[in-house]
Ligand binder design. Structure first.
Ligand code: C5P
Length: 216
């Protein structure tokens, strides 16, 4: 018997990379398979939640029972998130949002020449920090994928973005693979989870955040 830890809860999540257009055929992106986010969406559905998955371009099927809103750029992702968040209990930012976008996308394909070409980049909004700063924010969970100093950076992000919970993982352990090893950070401290297949890690993350939610 699986207790429905998120019964009656509404969860909004971001997933995948964002794609920031340079011109109609080119863009800047991050590498993100979306596997962790989609696994987490599935675990939330299985825990009884209503799930809205705001997803950048990934090659994954929509988890059964989740509602996917497909977006491309960080600005589109932000719009979709702000539209979905009112009335939600939990927001989980898993997406690898591009930190910068080309200041202006060219209307037509840029033709090549022998000359150097510079692209001016402008910072993208931090979607998670913005949701966490809303007047009545949902319970906000962030992800921190780091290649070193995991504790320092993950806890630093948690404090900087004012999040009750952050999931930290060392990128050499996680990205793209089927297993993941993560450490959960919350007000009480750090909680390392054993290395496990992503679906199992997702269920542990759900159990941890469900225990921290205010009663409904
Ligand atoms: O600061 P950093 O990008 O490493 O923080 C990672 C966390 O913040 C992730 O949960 C990610 O989804 C979220 N984020 C966001 N919008 C951004 C950048 C990161 O929601 N522009």
């Amino acid at each position: 018997f699986q207790p429905k830890l998120l019964a009656g809860r509404r969860v909004v999540m971001t997933a995948g990379p964002t794609f920031e257009p340079i011109d109609p055929v080119r863009g800047i992106t991050n590498s993100s398979s979306g596997k962790m986010a989609y696994g987490l969406a599935r675990a939330c559905v299985q825990a009884g939640a209503e799930v809205v998955l705001v997803s950048g371009p990934v090659a994954l099927p929509v988890p059964m029972g989740a509602h996917r809103v497909s977006v491309r750029s960080a600005l589109e992702m932000r719009e979709a998130v702000l539209a979905a968040v009112p009335g939600s209990d939990v927001f989980i930012g898993v997406a690898a949002v591009a930190d910068y976008r080309p200041a202006a996308a060219a209307e037509h394909k840029i033709k090549k020449s022998g000359a150097e070409l510079a692209i001016t980049l402008t910072p993208n909004p931090d979607i998670l920090a913005e949701v966490a700063a809303l007047p009545n924010p949902p319970f906000c969970v962030g992800f921190a994928a780091e290649s070193r100093n995991l504790d320092e950076y993950a806890e630093g992000k948690r404090k900087a973005k004012k999040l009750p919970m952050v999931v930290g993982n060392l990128v050499q352990d996680g990205l793209g693979g089927d297993d993941n090893q993560v450490v959960l950070f919350d007000e009480a401290g750090r909680h390392p989870l054993p290395k496990a297949p992503k679906p199992e890690v997702a269920r542990s993350i759900v159990a941890h955040l469900a225990a921290l939610l205010p009663r409904n």
